[in-house]
Design a protein around this ligand. Structure first.
Ligand code: AMP
Ligand code: MG
Length: 411
C-alpha cells in the first residue's frame, strides 16, 4: 500500500514557492509506517488537476492533497473532486455556519465568495479546520482514500494532526512505525564509503541503508520499518554497530550533528583551545566554530589573512617560503596554523589556503585546490584536497576539511 501526495498551486509549479507540504507530510506518514510512492505538483488548472487526481486514485491507496481550497476562482480542488466522483457539489450547512462564525468572531462580514468553502462533493465529509476558514475534504474514490487539505502550512499541519492522521489509523492504514538513524561521516568519498558497506546498501536489505553526500559530508541513513519502535530499534542497532566498526574514525556524529559539534566536543573533552588563520575559507571556519554555544570556552579567535601581504604581515609567513613553495602549499598552511596558535596563545591552530575560483586557477594549481593545516606545540599536520565545485562549495568543503583535522587530533 502506497500513498501519493499532491501539491496544488501555480505558485509551486512556477517556482515561486517551494513545496514544503509534501516534505512535511511524507515525514509524518513515514512515522506511522505509510510509504509514499509519489509526489505530484500541479498548477491551478482544472483539467490538469482532474488528470492528476484520477491517476493518483488509480495507483495509490491513500491520496493526500494540499492547496486549492481557498475562496478564489483559482481554487479548484472541490470542483475537481466532485467531477472525478461524478457528483454535484452540495452545501454543508454546519460548515457554512462555522465559516460565518469565524468572520463574526473577528467582527467582519463574511464575503459572499467564502460560502463556496462550505461546498463538498456529495458523499464527502468535511474535515474541520481549527486555524482557518477552509474545511478539508475527506472522501473515498475507487479503492483510494482521499484527503484534501488547505495549502497554508500552519492550517494543514493542524488539520493533519487533529483529524487526518487519526482517520488514517482508524482506517487501518499504517500502524507500523518507521525509524531512521542518520550516521554522519567525513574523510572519504561516497564511493569509498559505500565500498565498505556494499552488503548493507544493496537493494532489499533489511533495514534499508542509503547514502547521501552534502558538502563532502557523507550521511548513511538506516531506515527500519517494524510493528513497534522497539523492533525497529532492534533492526537498527546491529547495523549501526557494523557501520561504525567498518568506517572507524570517518564517523563523527549522528542525526543533526555537524563537524563543528564534533570539534567542540573533542576540544571540551581534551581541554584544548583553538585559533584559526583563514585564507580561502574567509572566516567560515570561525563562523562554524562560533555557531556552537559555549565556543568561548575553547575558541580563542582567528584572523582572515586573505591577500598574500596579509599572510606575511599579520601571520609572519616568510616571503621566501611563499616564493619557494607557492601560496597554496603545505608549508604555507602549516606556517599560518603555527602563527595563529602562537599569537592567540592556543593549544591548536588551524588554517586554510586555496583557490575558490572561478578564476585564478592554473594547470598545476587548479580551482578547487586547498591546503589545510593543524599546528600544535611540537608538531603540525597538513592535508590537501582538490574539489570540482562552485566557489561556495570549495569554501565550505575546505572549512570542513580543516575542522576534520582538528577533530582527529590526538593529544
Ligand atoms: P491555497 O490553499 O492553495 O490557497 O494556498 C495558500 C498558500 O499556502 C499559498 O499561497 C502558499 O503560500 C501556501 N502553500 C500552498 N501549497 C503549499 C505547499 N505545497 N508547500 C508550502 N506552502 C504552500
Ligand atoms: Mg492555491
Amino acid at each position: 500500500m502506497k500513498a501519493e501526495i499532491i501539491s496544488i498551486g501555480s505558485e509551486l509549479t512556477s517556482g515561486q514557492n517551494l513545496d514544503t507540504n509534501a516534505q512535511w507530510l511524507s515525514q509524518r506518514l513515514a512515522e506511522i509506517g505509510i510509504v509514499v510512492g509519489w509526489h505530484t505538483t500541479v498548477a491551478d488548472d482544472f483539467e490538469a488537476n482532474l488528470d492528476v487526481f484520477q491517476t493518483a486514485t488509480r495507483r495509490a491507496a491513500l491520496v493526500l492533497a494540499t492547496g486549492g481550497l481557498g475562496p478564489t476562482q483559482d481554487d479548484l480542488t472541490r470542483e475537481v473532486l466532485a467531477r472525478m466522483a461524478g457528483v454535484e457539489l452540495v452545501l454543508h450547512a454546519d460548515s457554512l455556519a462555522r465559516i460565518q462564525e469565524m468572520f463574526t468572531s473577528r467582527r467582519r462580514v463574511m464575503p459572499e465568495r467564502n460560502s463556496v468553502q462550505a461546498l463538498f462533493p456529495a458523499g464527502a465529509e468535511p474535515i474541520p479546520n481549527p486555524r482557518g476558514t477552509a474545511p478539508g475534504i475527506w472522501m473515498k474514490h475507487g479503492a483510494s482514500l482521499v484527503a484534501a487539505m488547505p495549502g497554508v502550512p500552519s492550517e494543514m499541519f493542524a488539520m493533519y494532526r487533529d483529524s487526518v492522521q487519526p482517520r488514517l489509523l482508524a482506517a487501518g492504514l499504517g500502524g507500523a512505525v518507521q525509524i531512521q538513524r542518520k550516521i554522519n561521516c567525513f574523510g572519504a568519498g561516497e564511493s569509498a564509503v559505500e565500498a565498505k558497506l556494499l552488503d548493507l546498501t544493496r537493494r532489499g536489505h533489511v533495514p534499508e541503508v542509503g547514502i547521501t553526500v552534502s558538502d563532502a559530508v557523507i550521511s548513511l541513513r538506516i531506515l527500519a520499518r517494524a510493528a513497534t519502535p522497539a523492533e525497529a530499534q532492534a533492526q537498527i542497532a546491529p547495523v549501526e554497530a557494523t557501520i561504525r566498526e567498518r568506517l572507524g574514525e570517518w564517523v563523527f556524529g549522528v542525526e543533526q550533528e555537524e563537524l563543528e559539534h564534533a570539534v567542540a566536543q573533542h576540544l571540551e573533552k581534551e581541554h584544548l583551545t583553538l585559533a584559526t588563520a583563514e585564507g580561502v575559507t574567509g572566516g567560515l571556519i570561525a563562523r562554524l566554530l562560533t555557531s556552537i554555544p559555549g565556543a568561548s570556552g575553547w575558541y580563542k579567535g582567528g584572523v582572515v589573512a586573505y591577500q598574500t601581504d596579509a599572510k606575511v604581515q599579520h601571520l609572519a609567513v616568510p616571503h621566501a617560503l611563499i616564493h619557494e613553495h607557492g601560496l597554496f602549499s603545505a608549508p604555507v598552511a602549516e606556517a599560518m596554523a603555527t602563527a595563529c596558535r602562537i599569537r592567540f596563545g592556543a593549544d591548536l591552530g588551524v588554517s586554510s589556503v586555496g583557490i575558490a575560483g572561478p578564476g585564478g586557477g592554473s594547470t598545476d594549481r587548479p580551482v578547487g585546490l586547498v591546503w589545510v593545516g593543524l599546528s600544535w606545540d611540537g608538531g603540525a599536520r597538513t592535508q590537501t584536497f582538490s574539489w570540482i565545485g562552485t566557489r561556495k562549495e570549495v569554501q565550505s568543503r575546505a572549512a570542513r576539511l580543516a575542522l576534520n583535522l582538528v577533530r582527529l587530533y590526538k593529544p
